[in-house]
Design a protein. Structure first.
Length: 420
């Protein structure tokens, strides 16, 4: 049986070599169908990996609450009529008291200021953070260190610069150990610089390249309560005690209950319209659902391409059966069974589609690399995608080659021998 299989495959290759151009045109549909499957799967997997990387950077065990200004915010009579909104220290104490064992959190406060060093200055964003911020947001340092617990408890005037701010203020020297001035008269000692890869952050594309991180306690002590200062009087001052609160939980099972608990606490305080929730675990679930839909769309498109290729295969095999009618009659007259005829034509069809699958895989690899280099889109090709594509090409050959093979096998030997 192995010898017969080898001989039939060799006969299939010989038949293809007799009509090289026709065979090539026949398998083009399979080639492009398989290549499109690989390229689209590679682009889809690349997009999925990037989305999951961003979500994982946010932390699937985190709940992030951000203060937002709504139309119903009020003014604080004790702060010169400043607009007051968002999370408060009281909200933080209530939430912290109800968090499960093992949970950690960090609060931040941010405001825009002018940062100076000698003749250089940049409009940046000053963010007061606690030491846990670096771990919860996966910050990476290029030089120096991040803010530690001694800086926070002692209210030290230290700062960590983003790579973008450091490059603008210290274009020719290292920022570590230098002093910067924030605003008019607040001086801070630079102890760290972030990695340049952190200039695009993990939270929905918000940029880190203009950030200056200082201890949360130092921020409250040196800059007071108002987070927006407009010397020209064009904008009312804003008072935000906590700009963002990030809660990290021991397990993902606790994310939704704790998020609901936090919503209830803020709703009781009447601040449900002054905050927005970001739950990376929900983002992950939505991203996976979107990916499933995307794969279904890709499968539909690829199926159409392969269907067209399969119809081309069936058409050419029917023409081949007609051309080789006399050969079929001679083989039947010499004792070949119907199963032998079916086997012969099926093998020839599978050889055609197999060659198309292999060429499609090679074209798909090249197309994926071309998309990545020209379009700047990340592509990922898993081992299973070319194997799946080749398997589908063989399945197309088997499906669309069965009817021509059966038609050849059902020919009457006598009528076939009379065929001119």
């Amino acid at each position: 049986m192995l010898f017969q299989l080898f001989r039939t495959i060799r006969l299939g290759f010989q038949t293809i070599q007799l009509h090289r151009l026709r065979s090539l045109l026949t398998i083009l549909g399979i080639v492009f169908g398989v290549a499109s499957v690989i390229v689209m799967l590679a682009v889809g997997e690349g997009a999925r990996a990037e989305a999951m990387s961003m979500i994982n950077e946010l932390g699937t065990k985190n709940v992030i609450v951000t203060s937002v200004k709504s139309n119903s915010v009020g003014r604080d009579g004790n702060s010169g009529g400043a607009i007051r909104y968002g999370l408060t220290d009281r909200d933080l104490r209530r939430i912290a008291a109800l968090l499960p064992r093992g949970a950690t959190f960090c609060q931040t406060r941010e405001h825009r200021r002018t940062i100076h060093h000698l003749s250089h200055q940049v409009e940046g964003r000053v963010i007061g953070v606690t030491p846990a911020f670096a771990e919860l947001t996966h910050l990476r340092l290029a030089h120096g260190r991040f803010i530690n617990s001694l800086d926070e408890t002692g209210g030290h005037a230290v700062a960590v610069l983003s790579a973008g701010v450091a490059a603008q203020l210290f274009p020719l020297s290292s920022a570590i150990g230098e002093t910067i001035r924030i605003g008019n008269d607040k001086y801070f000692y630079v102890v760290g610089v972030l990695d340049s890869k952190m200039d695009v952050s993990n939270d929905s594309g918000e940029r880190y390249d203009e950030n200056v991180f200082i201890p949360y306690a130092s921020d409250r002590m040196r800059f007071g309560d108002n987070t927006v200062i407009d010397p020209g009087g064009l904008q009312l001052p804003e008072k935000v005690e906590i700009s963002q609160l990030t809660v990290s939980l021991p397990s993902t099972d606790q994310v939704q209950p704790v998020a609901q608990l936090m919503r209830s606490i803020l709703m009781q305080a009447g601040r449900e319209k002054e905050v927005s929730f970001l739950i990376p675990l929900d983002l992950q679930a939505r991203a996976e659902q979107t990916q499933r839909v995307f794969h279904l769309v890709l499968a539909a498109i690829a199926s159409i391409s392969l269907l067209v290729g399969g119809i081309g295969i069936m058409n050419i095999m029917l023409a081949t059966v007609t051309e080789r009618t006399r050969e079929i009659g001679i083989r039947r007259a010499l004792g070949a069974r119907r199963s032998d005829i079916i086997f012969q034509f099926l093998i020839e069809t599978l050889v055609l589609t197999g060659m198309g699958g292999v060429l499609g895989v090679l074209l798909g690899f090249g197309g994926a690399r071309l998309v990545e280099s020209i379009g700047g889109v990340a592509t990922i090709i898993h081992l299973w995608s070319p194997l799946l594509a080749v398997a589908i090409s063989f399945a197309v050959g088997l499906l669309f080659g069965l009817y021509p093979a059966r038609r050849a096998a059902r020919m009457d030997p006598i009528e076939a021998l009379r065929h001119e």
